[in-house]
Design a protein around this ligand. Sequence first.
Ligand SMILES: [Zn+2]
Length: 85
Amino acid sequence: MKKIKVTCLRCNGTGLECRRNEVCPTCEGKGYVNFSYIPFEKRKKLRGVKKVIVRGVNLAGGVIEKEISYEQFLKTKSFNLYNLK
Ligand SMILES: [Zn+2]
């Protein structure tokens, strides 16, 4: 887990709420808030999965479902759910 400081969106980094120049309650006047995140390295595997459902739309706009193996899912980097064949 990594932590960074990001600009407070409520006060736009000023520490004050513009309407009444009140101390921003979100960042307590600091102008930033702490943000925690986990950097993405690679897609994690789930144990025990055999089949994966791919749901999307075909060219005619109809909803279709395809069942693929978990191995095929892991080999595929990204699914275009708006243009399933
Ligand atoms: Zn703020």
